[in-house]
Design a protein. Structure first.
Length: 116
């Protein structure tokens, strides 16, 4: 996947919606603190129902912090799981790579002191 992993406009909207940049930054920090666990739950899910729950559990917070590509990937996994399809190795690798990109960009965002 090319381009930015995080949509800065979504981060700015989060800061505006919370009316407090500190709160928005805390939301991002909490997201980052749980990202690996959520990724691992998705990649390690056994069965379509578990995969659906794990994909949704990663999609929603990812979209909230602007990780729209990762959110879209998770939405596709959710649709596949609803059809009974499980995660293949190539898709699992794509999720891992995208999570890594999101993590790098969000940490850079937090460390750079950017709003939101």
């Amino acid at each position: 996947m090319s381009g930015d992993a995080v949509d800065r406009a979504v981060l700015a909207a989060l800061a505006e919606d919370t009316a407090d940049v500190r709160v928005a930054r805390e939301i991002v920090a909490i997201y980052l603190s749980r990202l690996h666990d959520r990724r691992d739950a998705l990649v390690g899910a056994r069965g379509a129902a578990a995969l659906l729950r794990a994909a949704h559990g990663l999609r929603s917070p990812s979209e909230l912090v602007g990780a729209v590509g990762l959110g879209a990937r998770c939405a596709a996994i959710e649709r596949a799981a609803r059809g009974g399809r499980l995660l293949d190795d190539a898709t699992a690798d794509e999720v891992r790579r995208e999570c890594d990109r999101v993590e790098r960009e969000l940490w850079s965002h937090l460390e750079g002191g950017a709003p939101g």
